[in-house]
Write a protein that binds this ligand. Sequence first.
Ligand code: KG4
Ligand code: ZN
Length: 371
Amino acid sequence: MLCLGIETSCDETAVALCDDGRPILEKLASQVRLHALFGGVVPELASREHLRRMGPLLETLFAETGLALAEVDAIAVARGPGLLGSLLIGLAVAKGLALAAGKPLIGVDHLHAHLLAATLGRDVAYPALGLLVSGGHTQIVLLRSALELEVLGRTLDDAAGEAFDKAAKSLNLPYPGGIYVDVLGRDVEPDRTLFTRPNLDNANLDFSFSGLKTAVAGHVAAHPGLRVAVMPTGTGPIDPGAWPMDLRRVCASVNFTVADTLRVKMERALDRQSGSVATILAAGGVAANSRIRDMLAALARRRGLACHLPEPALCADNATMIAAAGCLLGRAGLTHDLALDAVPRGRKVPWDYRIGPPLGRASVDRRPDPQ
Ligand code: KG4
Ligand code: ZN
């Protein structure tokens, strides 16, 4: 089944084609440089950029694959949670294409798609425990199958990505700063008591990262020499060796504090499933963090579980995960009509699919033109 995926929930405009869950090609325009000027995503600008970039990206996707809209079996679109104005652009495009070409429409929960990204090309043993960590969300999710999800824990305030970005901001590092904190903290021994691991003194599976943001800001205010004098441009590779060791140790300590907080709640979630979980999945932009990846791999090893960590490009927002989710939902006969609505941040995405016959034809070899 050939599915077109459209992603516009935040600051990445992306379109991709998947054939029975196998990625064919993705075209993505990142707005990161634009929003970096403001130190965070400006919703109005994001919507306008989605509108401006979407048409050319679609044209290039079809031109480079040699495929046509008429060959697509379904159109999948991220319907939320996300920035409302941004989601509406993706939904309007998806509905227009579905209506014009007479194709089924499939609204995809952006968070479900993030988790499925970790299963791409893999034979996953369920139940799986997913850790979804991004700029907007931090959740522990039990997947009984690829289509049956239960959120076991979530953040009560900031997401893990916000903690990284705000820590970076305190240190005068560019937005989004997670990658800086990760790379600068690599191969440096953290101070494990510098920041308190937040929200562990309870029995639940929820997170709270807003205190960590304040703790890092307070530490930097007390040690102003830690602040980078001139903010780097944010382009090009980061060379950790060129940075002061006291700054790198703070970064290593932030990485440790977030990763170890996530570990404690993941261990607790595994214990509560009484040994039934077979696999650990990681998802979301923060799942690119090397300390968090090492932590999850070690946890899986200790417990004898499989562990699937998507490559960094599939951790961040992308349309391949939306197209892949579309293949799965379409094969199960789950679609939407043209009244499909967007779901803003903070609201639960409803499971409101229409159930019909499975979509699609048998997969055929569809590869992009080699040049
Ligand atoms: O999933 P994503 O691309 O967008 C959202 O849906 O939010 O996640 C973006 C977040 C940002 O907060 C960014 O700083 C963080 O992921 N991030 C990282 C790393 N790479 C991206 N955080 C820590 N370590 C990284 N290597
Ligand atoms: Zn995301």
